[in-house]
Each structure stands twice: as structure tokens, then as C-alpha cells.
Design a protein around this ligand. Structure first.
Ligand SMILES: Cc1cc2nc3c(=O)[nH]c(=O)nc-3n(C[C@H](O)[C@H](O)[C@H](O)COP(=O)(O)O)c2cc1C
Ligand code: SF4
Length: 526
């Protein structure tokens, strides 16, 4: 199908007068709220059996404990308890909290924010006609200039990825949205699709136009049936309104979007396994090169991008690259959705500029739950080496986190307090990786199995010192020697757990601390 490229009407890919995105207070809808946002959460673990040892970590200024009602709550009460108490406000940047910059999340609190009508009322589908007026290549240039980096974990520059599509290819190019979101702790894409699916769809249409794709697939995690339905409904609304299908907004451009359900496999989040799954095959990673940009879906040039990445595109088209670069750090510009979970008073999604620290985010999130100090955290999901309280002030940008010895990943900040046993957490993560290993390569398939067997012995008190050395050896032979990054991810909890907390593993082996799990509890472990 031909893509008609209108003559450019701008001398630059950016609007001449960058329009700032309106503040989040722009909420003209008055309907009643029908959803119940997550209230204060809980997190349980068997713990070490010992009283918590305080470590010198304080959140300054101290944050008052959140209002936490007992018993079951109505959706209305849950909404009230998820917000600050009457007459009070949550900490702001002036109080030492995160400098919140709701751009992607700014519609989330509006009633029925997922509908086309509300999206249109709040600036929705205003970037699309702007984009359709300019040459596709100039949109790619705009995204390159904005410095937007992929939000799916690796942080690859988005505009650069789009520019890798071979020019003059005789095959059609495709856009594939990775909405698999399977990484433990990662929980930003599904809320985004639930609260604001049209921002993703508008981003898909602009991106598809930029790469001249006539077809886009949104691959949603199989278990997230609620998100699947919501995105499908939004696609239907967009098509009925003329934002999809033939001759979009009179531009001559034509696009179809298909929403596809995965079957709930973590490996299908890996971009090439996702493509195999989308083609109806068993989801296993492909050998790279060729990269998807050259041979992706149906062996055609394909861009695979994360949900948050593509949902960022409309705001960049409206605001311009300078505006986008005014937030975040030099090498990691823009805002980011940080997902706080675990022992946090108010777990949830906090949108702040790249480079915000966990200390600032914790202030905004009401501090650690019940005031029990932080012991360790993941900066970007279970695949990223753990950090300790000494890393509370590391700026959460791709480069700063890497320089401190970990990875920003998906900014899934799982926070664990002093009651949590590190060997227990590592064991739980390894059970996950063993279960999710696709079996294609030996180091990961066999190695995750060995690690789980040894960890089960260690956490149940029957491990040996030799077991600990074997674990180091096995993890070292998985990392860097596996076919895809899942293998590296599986080795990470072991290696980083040993780096900071090896004595906890030794204490379990020597009996200095009691087992953190009973052998009979392992009987059902898979
Ligand atoms: C095991 C594994 C699971 C992954 N899961 C996801 C996922 O759920 N969502 C995602 O966007 N990227 C995931 N990725 C990263 C993708 O392979 C790919 O880098 C990403 O979708 C590119 O999008 P981005 O450039 O917008 O970040 C995963 C990678 C691996 C190795
Ligand atoms: S590293 Fe694991 S998930 Fe990746 S190909 Fe090998 S077995 Fe499959």
C-alpha cells in the first residue's frame, strides 16, 4: 500500500513555537470516578527471623505516616486514602520530594481518562495532524534530537533505531509495540494502557507514519486481559473517529493496528522472541544479526518499541525537542515513569525527570513502610544488580546507574526493608528465571535449574560452603555465555546478592541464622 508523503509545510521538523503541554490540573471532566486506584500496599516475606537492625538511612525531611484505614474499602474510600489527608498535601520538590513532571501520566487522574472524548479534551490527537503535515523523515529527526531513549530496558536511542530501517526497501516496514511487561517489579506499561491508551495509539500512528509502516501490532501480555480489552476498545474508537484506517485525517496515509494477546511468557518480551510469537511460532529468541530493523516481522524491516517509549512521542511532537531536553539529564533526557513497589508507604507510579534519585522518590511516596529502614532495592527490575542504601542518591539515569554498577532497566524500584532476607529474595527471583527460561541454550536452561536446586538447599538450611562457590561459578558461566539477555538477567540476582550480602548466605549455611524457609514448603516449588 502506498504512503502519500505530503509536502513539508515547516522548515524544521518541530513546530515553530513549541507548545508546552498543559499542566496536569487541566481536568475539565466532571463525571464520577469509577476506578479504584491502588491504595497503600503491603508486602510480605518470611524475613530473617531476626529483629530488624537499623541502618543509618533517613529520609529528610521526615515524612508523616500516611493515613491507612483498616478493613475493606469502597472504591471511593480507596481513592480518598490514596491521596493526602484533608487539608494536607503530599511532599513536593521543595520538601525534598521528587520534582514530579506529569506528562505521560497527567491524564491518569481524570475520570474516564481512557475514553477518546476525555483524551481529546486533554490535548489528545493534536500532535497527529501536526505530524502528518511534515515529512516522515523529519519526525525521525525530531525524535533523534529529543534524545528519547527506549523505555523497555536497554535505553537504546529511539530516533536512531527508526533510522536503521533500510531506505528504499521493497518490503513493507512494520511497527511492533512491546507491551509484554513481564519483568518482576515492572508495572508501568499496563497502568499506562489502562489509564491513557489513546496516548499509545496516537504515538503508534505518528511513529508508523514516520517509518512509513502500513501496519502496527501491539503485543500485550497474555494475562493482562483488562489492558488488552482497553487498548482494543481505544483502537476501535480511534478507527471510528478517522485516526486509523484509510486516509487518516485527510492526509492520504493509511494504517491498521492489530492488538495481539501473548500467552504469558517472559521471554516473549525479548523483541525477537516476541516477533516469532507474533508470527504464530513458539516464542524463542532469534540469532542477531539480522536485527529487526533489517529483518523483523515476516522478515520485513521492523521497529520494536516499548509502550512508554511510543506514548512519549505525541508530547515531543507538540512540545518540541528542546522542551523535552529541558527535563532529565544530558544523556537521558525527558521524564520517566518510576514504579515504586515493596515496603513503601505509597507504592505506585511517579513520573519525574530522568536523574531523580530514589531518596527523592521515597519522600514523595511517604517514605519506607512503617518507618522500617531500606535494606536493598532494584533500580530497574529483578534483572538489574541490586543497590543498597548507599545508592539512594544515585541519579536514576541510564549512565549514572551504570556508572554505579547497575542498570536503569525499566525503573522498577522494588524496595526491600530490613526484615527481608537477601538469600530468600534471590531464591524467589531464580525460581522465576528457571521457570521462564525458554530452554534454547544450555547455560541458561541447565544453569538456572542448578542455581535453583542449590538455593533451595541454602534457604532451607541444608546448604554448604561449597554450594556457595558452585553458585558463583554457575552464575558466572551463565552471564555473558547465554543466547539472550534472559541468561544474564538470571545470573544477576546471585552475583549482586553475593557482592553486597554474601555473609547472609554464609550465615544460613553455618546455622548462624535459622532457615528462611522450611523444607516442606519447597515440596510444591516448581
Ligand atoms: C527476557 C527479556 C524480556 C524483555 N521484556 C520486555 C518487555 O516486557 N517490554 C519491553 O518493552 N521490552 C522488553 N525487553 C526488551 C526488548 O527486547 C526490547 O529491547 C525493547 O522492547 C525495545 O524497546 P525500546 O527501545 O522502546 O526500549 C525484554 C528483553 C529481554 C531480554
Ligand atoms: S538465555 Fe535462556 S531464555 Fe535466552 S535463549 Fe537461552 S535458554 Fe532461552
Amino acid at each position: 500500500m502506498d504512503i502519500v508523503t505530503p509536502e513539508p509545510t515547516h522548515s524544521s521538523p518541530e513546530p515553530k513555537v513549541p507548545r508546552a503541554v498543559p499542566p496536569p490540573s487541566a481536568t475539565p471532566v466532571t463525571e464520577s470516578v469509577t476506578t479504584s486506584p491502588q491504595g497503600p500496599g503491603t508486602f510480605s516475606s518470611p524475613g530473617t527471623g531476626e529483629p530488624p537492625v537499623p541502618v543509618p538511612v533517613t529520609i529528610e525531611p521526615p515524612v508523616a505516616a500516611a493515613f491507612r484505614p483498616a478493613g475493606q474499602q469502597s472504591p471511593g474510600a480507596a481513592l480518598a486514602s490514596a491521596g493526602p489527608a484533608a487539608g494536607q498535601t503530599w511532599p513536593t520538590a521543595a520538601d525534598g520530594g521528587a520534582p514530579l513532571t506529569p506528562i505521560l501520566t497527567r491524564r491518569w487522574a481524570s475520570p474516564r481518562s481512557w475514553t477518546l472524548r476525555v483524551y481529546q479534551q486533554l490535548d489528545g490527537y493534536q500532535a497527529l495532524p501536526e505530524a502528518l503535515k511534515i515529512e516522515p523523515a523529519r519526525i525521525t529527526e525530531l525524535i533523534k534530537n529529543s534524545g528519547l531513549r527506549g523505555r523497555g530496558g536497554a535505553g537504546f536511542p529511539t530516533g536512531l533505531k527508526w533510522s536503521f530501517l533500510p531506505p528504499g526497501s521493497t518490503k513493507p516496514s512494520y511497527l511492533v509495540i512491546n507491551a509484554d511487561e513481564g519483568e518482576p517489579g515492572t508495572c508501568k506499561d499496563i497502568p499506562l494502557m489502562m489509564a491513557d491508551p489513546h496516548s499509545l495509539i496516537e504515538g503508534c500512528v505518528i511513529t508508523s507514519y514516520a517509518i512509513k509502516a502500513p501496519f502496527c501490532a501491539i503485543y500485550v501480555r497474555g494475562e493482562a486481559i483488562h489492558a488488552l480489552r482497553r487498548v482494543q476498545h481505544a483502537v476501535n474508537e480511534a478507527r471510528a473517529a478517522g485516526y486509523l484506517g484509510r486516509n487518516i485525517m485527510g492526509s492520504g496515509y493509511e494504517l491498521e493496528i492489530v492488538v495481539h494477546a501473548g500467552a504469558g511468557a517472559y521471554i516473549c518480551g525479548e523483541e525477537t522472541a516476541l516477533l516469532d510469537s507474533l508470527e504464530g511460532k513458539r516464542g524463542q529468541p532469534r540469532l542477531k544479526p539480522p536485527f529487526p530493523a533489517v529483518e523483523g516481522l515476516y522478515a520485513s524491516p521492523t521497529v520494536v518499541n516499548n509502550v512508554e517509549t511510543i506514548a512519549s512521542v505525541p508530547a515531543i511532537v507538540l512540545g518540541g525537542s528542546d522542551w523535552y531536553r529541558s527535563m532529565g539529564t544530558d544523556k537521558s533526557p525527558g521524564p520517566k515513569i518510576f514504579s515504586l513497589s515493596g515496603h513503601v508507604t505509597r507504592p505506585g507510579q511517579y513520573e519525574a525527570p530522568m536523574g531523580t534519585t530514589l531518596r527523592q522518590l521515597l519522600v514523595s511516596a511517604g517514605g519506607m513502610l512503617d518507618g522500617i529502614p531500606l535494606k536493598f532495592f532494584t533500580p530497574g527490575g529483578s534483572s538489574t544488580p541490586i543497590f543498597t542504601p548507599e545508592h539512594l542518591d544515585v541519579p536514576l539515569s541510564f549512565d549514572d546507574v551504570a556508572a554505579a554498577g547497575s542498570m536503569l532497566g525499566t525503573t522498577a524500584l522494588m524496595c526491600f526493608n530490613e526484615t527481608v532476607s537477601v538469600p530468600w529474595a534471590v531464591w524467589k527471583w531464580l525460581e522465576f528465571y528457571k521457570h521462564e527460561s525458554c530452554g534454547k541454550c544450555t547455560p541458561c536452561r541447565e544453569g538456572t535449574g542448578w542455581l535453583v536446586q542449590i538455593l533451595r538447599r541454602v534457604v532451607s538450611g541444608s546448604g554448604t560452603m561449597e554450594d556457595l562457590d558452585t553458585m558463583t561459578d554457575a552464575a558466572g558461566n551463565i552471564a555473558g555465555r547465554s543466547f539472550c539477555a534472559l541468561g544474564d538477567a538470571a545470573a544477576t540476582p546471585v552475583l549482586s546478592g553475593f557482592k553486597y550480602f554474601r555473609s547472609e548466605f554464609e550465615d544460613l549455611v553455618t546455622g548462624r541464622t535459622p532457615p528462611v524457609v522450611q523444607t516442606r514448603q519447597l515440596a510444591g516449588a516448581h
